[in-house]
Design a protein around this ligand. Structure first.
Ligand code: FEO
Length: 173
């Protein structure tokens, strides 16, 4: 049985994940408009993953009898000064989500809600991976500079291992 506070916090996190999903749609569209199809595909995929995170939280609520209330999702940033700026904002977003998940985990512990804490562990681990992936991408973009972004795309295609989430639509994982 969820406490009212945890129920409210999970509902808020569903909105946070949907916001992340939309933020990545914005970045993916920007990358496409810059002719960077591989980076665009990478961010479309990130967006789909964030939506999956929202659904995972939502289904947990249903499983434990919580009341799902989908709140208003704020509009994400729509314009970017550069590719580096867009990736930096994405990294900032992952840092924000990490703090949100940690707060949620803190609440579950405070309330001795071990079921929720166990469920949230997946999100804690996921954030470690996502922060690392986005940080790696930022370093790559910074190293390449504006003139060599096609090399970044080439690298992403070749090094699907390092940035393992960069699958193009239709590709299997
Ligand atoms: Fe679901 Fe990357 O936060």
């Amino acid at each position: 049985m969820l406490s009212k506070a945890t129920e409210k916090a999970i509902n808020e996190q569903i909105v946070n994940e949907l916001y992340s999903s939309n933020a990545y749609l914005s970045v993916a569209s920007y990358m496409d408009s810059e002719g960077l199809k591989v980076l665009s595909a990478f961010f479309f995929r990130q967006s789909a993953e964030e939506r999956d995170h929202a659904l995972k939280l939502l289904h947990y609520m249903l499983d434990v009898g919580g009341k799902v209330l989908i709140g208003t999702v704020p509009a994400p940033m729509a314009t970017f000064k550069s590719v580096e700026h867009a990736v930096q904002e994405s990294l900032n977003q992952e840092k924000t989500v990490t703090e949100q998940i940690n707060r949620l985990m803190g609440l579950a512990h405070k309330e001795s809600d071990y079921a929720t804490a166990s469920f949230l562990k997946w999100f804690v681990d996921e954030q470690v991976e996502e922060l690392s992936t986005m940080h790696e991408l930022l370093l790559l973009v910074q190293k390449a500079g504006d003139q060599n972004l096609l090399l970044v795309e080439d690298r992403l295609l070749k090094q699907g291992i390092t940035l393992s989430r960069a699958h193009l639509p239709g590709e299997s994982e």
